[in-house]
Design a protein around this ligand. Structure first.
Ligand SMILES: Cc1cc2nc3c(=O)[nH]c(=O)nc-3n(C[C@H](O)[C@H](O)[C@H](O)COP(=O)(O)O)c2cc1C
Length: 227
């Protein structure tokens, strides 16, 4: 082997090590900075991207591998508005959503603000994914399993450049009196119970929703390290 080929191979290996270290840091950075999106643009989320996000959800671990979930991606604004119409949503005040008609929040008094800023509800993002829990599954911890799938989808969406908001308020409508009719619309078994909904879209940076971000506690207050 010539000196030249040894140098090329060494450079290639070095490049590989550096790029894989950078990729690892990128994942941690995504997790640390993921936040909760509160204002979305109207830009559509492609079916390809929604499928990639749902595949990330399917990759989650589950107790005794029961995979006790079912995901429904929705881009149909009418359907999203129908579900949000329960009056349980936290729709942002009209004008902050980027939606021309103000969406389901229009005409209603402004919702309570937790820490200020706009608050997106179902109907305020171009796409949503409903996470259903399958009550026919034998998982001893199905809600936890669904939570793992949810977080996988949040991270996948963030790595594709989308903002995501997890909301549980639409669950009251999805699992309420209209449950069976809505299951039929979603083409899911009525044994499914909604656990949460992910609002997905490009973040509208023209609106300052930064004030809505809440702080996190520290390693000192929330963890122990026993050596
Ligand atoms: C399981 C779950 C349910 C949530 N449900 C709602 C909801 O119904 N409405 C809402 O405005 N935010 C909801 N959130 C968003 C939380 O309020 C938000 O993630 C938290 O305050 C942290 O906000 P930050 O990421 O902006 O700091 C929910 C979050 C989770 C994880």
């Amino acid at each position: 082997m010539t000196h030249k080929s040894v140098a090329i191979i060494t450079a290639a290996v070095l490049l590989l090590v550096i790029s894989s270290a950078m990729a690892e840091t990128a994942v941690v950075d995504t997790i640390m900075n993921v936040g909760t999106a509160q204002v979305f643009t109207d830009e559509a989320v492609s079916a390809d991207d929604l499928n990639t996000i749902m595949r990330a959800g399917l990759a989650a671990a589950s107790a005794i591998n029961q995979q006790p979930w079912f995901f429904v991606a929705i881009t149909n604004q009418e359907l999203m508005d129908e579900i949000a119409g329960s009056g349980m949503g936290f729709a942002p005040p009209a004008g902050l959503t980027g939606k021309p008609d103000g969406g389901p929040g229009e005409g209603r008094p402004a919702p309570p603000m937790m820490t200020g800023g706009a608050k997106a509800g179902l109907g305020d993002s171009p796409a949503a994914i409903i996470i259903y829990r399958n009550d026919r599954s034998k998982s001893p911890n199905a809600d936890f399993d669904c939570g793992l799938a949810a977080q996988n989808m949040v991270i996948a969406a963030a790595s594709l450049g989308y903002g995501v908001k997890i909301v549980s308020s639409p669950v009251m409508m999805l699992n309420g009196g209209k449950h069976d009719a809505l299951c039929e619309k979603m083409a899911v078994d009525p044994a499914m119970q909604a656990v949460a909904v992910l609002l997905i879209g490009r973040v509208d940076n023209a609106v300052d929703a930064g004030t809505a971000a809440t702080t996190r506690e520290t390693l000192e207050t929330k963890t122990n390290f026993i050596e």
